[in-house]
Each structure stands twice: as C-alpha cells, then as structure tokens.
Design a binder for this molecule. Sequence first.
Ligand code: SAH
Length: 273
Amino acid sequence: MAWRSSGATNAELVENLWRNKLITQPLVKSAFLKVDRAHYAPEHPYEDSPQPIGHQATISAPHMHAHAVETLLPFLLPKVESGHQSTDGVASVIGQAGRPRRVLDIGSGSGYLTHVLAELVGKTGVVVGLEHISALKELGERNMAKSPEGRALLESGRVRFRVGDGRKGWSEPSPGDAQPGVGGAAAAPGVTKEQDKKDEAGGWDAIHVGAAATVLHEELVRQLRSPGRMFIPVNADTSWEQYIWTVDKDEHGDVKKKKLYAVRYVPLTDAPK
Ligand code: SAH
C-alpha cells in the first residue's frame, strides 16, 4: 500500500492518500495540505513510509499519521454549540460547548503530527508535543519554525514542545491560565474531588501516543477529559506484536478500550542516559 500513496510533492502525497482512502475527511486533507512534510522528514519526505530522524526515532509514515488524525478528529475540532456550524462548515457537538481543545502528542519526534493537530484545533486550542529526548524536543521546534505558520503557532503558545516522560502524561495550563506547568501530574490514588475538577480543566480532549507502550498507562487514561480519546500503540504481552488501541472516556467518565490493528512503532521507553 505504501508506495501507492507516495508523491513528488506534498500536495501529490496528500492527494494520493486521499485517492487511496487513507484520508477520508476533507478537514483532515486540508490540514495535511497546510503542513509540508519536507520540513519534518530529512529524506524522502513525500514517500508514504517512515523515515529516520536520529536518536533511534522515526517520523511515522503519512498513512499512519492520517489514520491517527482521522481517529482523533471528533476530539480535535473546535467545539461549537449544538446545532451550530463552525466556520469550516462542520458541526462538532461532542463535549462542552466553547471550551478550547487541549491535545497531547506524546513522542512528538519530528513535530510533524504536532503541527497537523494544531491546524485542526483552531485558534483557541493548545497542542503540547512531549519528548523524553531534549534534542528531539528541539528538533520539533526547529522544524516547526521553518514555516511562517509554524513560527506563529510557536510564538502564540498554541503549540508547545516539552521534555518529560510521556508514560506519566503531562499537565499544562491553557493560554490565559496563571499557574505554571508541572510535569508528571500526581498519580491517581487518593485524588480529591477538587483535584478531579482541576484535572478535568487541565486534562486532554485527545492524547496521541507516537511510540509503543507496554501497557495502557492508567495515568494517561486519568488525564483524558470526559469525553476524551487516546490513540496508542501497545505491545502484546507475549511477543513483538503491537496493536493500535483507542481508549474512549465518555461524558460520565466511563472508559472503553478497543484493539484496532497490528502496527510497528518504536518503543515508549526510559530516556537514554
Ligand atoms: N510522532 C513522531 C514519532 C516519533 S518516534 C513523528 O512522527 O515524528 C517516537 C518518539 O517517541 C521518539 O521521538 C522517542 O524519542 C519518543 N519517546 C519514546 N519513549 C518516550 C517516553 N517515555 N516519553 C516521551 N517520548 C518518548
């Protein structure tokens, strides 16, 4: 499948992903058209395949990015009141009307997906790219600064790259909130109602995990808003097999986990010494 979607330009790559039904939503297509993959992939940027970016990391293949974004889409689009149309002509009625979107991209690597996600959350949203290797956090920032649109996202604080262990999630104030960000939010046991409310305000509508976890980290599930969705590759117990899982938290806080299909991602690990 991979070679069928490759192109000579960014537009051609996206058009081929569309033609092969790897991108099916017009809003996803326009977000992919806005982000030039050549700013993020050092080699063969318009091939539908993963590419090395150093530090044993890879930028994922475009069709994987496309599937991740399509899966998370209902939790990315700016919320509008029920029955109203957003400026893009799409009504998104999930969740609390008017509350800005908050998205966490764990293992942000090249920063490519972080940028695409930011194109979808709109002007009020915030996307945090989290890396455990500082050189890759800086790479994401540098790559994003290659385009005027990317620079504007960084300067406005709508995209922030942070260093931390993604297995613990991340806590980050929204634009306009006074308190500073604190990495690795407190663990679940003993949380008070007050803490719950704070987490709900500071939690994430969508969490994307770009490296394979050994378990479905409960701390990440806890940091999902109600409603919220996580997209995460997880290693099966016994072998090298990995599967994409989605974890949905509904508006009542009930959690549903779903195993989708087999994939191959680099592992979510301890930071190298
Ligand atoms: N979404 C990125 C994928 C990069 S590869 C892209 O398409 O460019 C996976 C990334 O996960 C690597 O950059 C790696 O450094 C990072 N990673 C691995 N374990 C991590 C952890 N515990 N916390 C945060 N990032 C981690």
